[in-house]
Design a protein around this ligand. Structure first.
Ligand code: AR6
Length: 171
């Protein structure tokens, strides 16, 4: 599996699936969630409404509607509240559950947003370690993606992710 850190607006990527940083009501919002709903068009909100919601740490999949990606995987990250409330386990679960959905839908390429790293306040370096560890730790199996992009919108997130991936790859 090839894992890359890139700087991009995730809504522009022609990949099989993009992973949204959603909220548990799947109700849309700001940040990357707002950008994805804006670019996908109203069909995405309708699909989310039908699903109804998603617990923290889990993920749900919908079509991509007007996006260049075939699917949107909606992962609900934890709100950071100091680190003693199971945040790291919940963030790990988001990555694992999203990778599992991508595999079961035969997605060759998947692009992750930096789940929880915006308004949910997760410390970026810790989140980047989890993202890299979980993606590279995906058990081999049928349909696992061959290319995973960790998408950062801007500095300083981009630099932190690049450093964490480089450290892991040279370890
Ligand atoms: N492409 C890629 N990354 C982006 C984009 C984009 N177009 N826009 C923002 N980011 P956030 P969270 C980055 O706040 O912390 C929403 O209201 C951004 O710079 O979107 O998980 C939801 O509905 C940051 O690094 O997600 C939830 O209520 C990262 O995406 C809540 O925010 C995630 O920031 C989720 O908060």
């Amino acid at each position: 599996m090839l894992v890359e850190v890139i700087q991009a607006d995730i809504t522009t990527l022609e990949v099989d699936a993009i992973v949204n940083a959603a909220n548990s009501r799947l109700a849309g919002g700001g940040g990357v969630d707002g950008a994805i709903h804006g670019a996908a068009g109203p069909g995405l909100m309708e699909a989310c409404r039908r699903i109804g919601g998603c617990p923290v740490g889990e993920a749900r999949i919908t079509p991509g509607f007007d996006l260049p990606s075939k699917f949107v995987i909606h992962a609900v990250g934890p709100i950071w509240s100091g680190g003693a409330r199971g945040e790291s386990d919940l963030l790990r679960a988001c990555y694992r559950n999203a990778m599992s959905l991508a595999s079961s839908h035969r997605c060759e390429s998947v692009a992750f947003s930096a789940i929880s790293c915006g308004v949910f306040g997760y410390p970026v370096e810790q989140a980047a370690r989890i993202a890299v560890d979980e993606v590279l730790g995906t058990p081999p199996g049928d349909g696992i993606p061959s290319r995973v992009l960790l998408v950062c919108f801007a500095e300083p997130t981009l630099g932190i992710y690049r450093r964490v991936l480089a450290q892991r790859q040279s370890a």
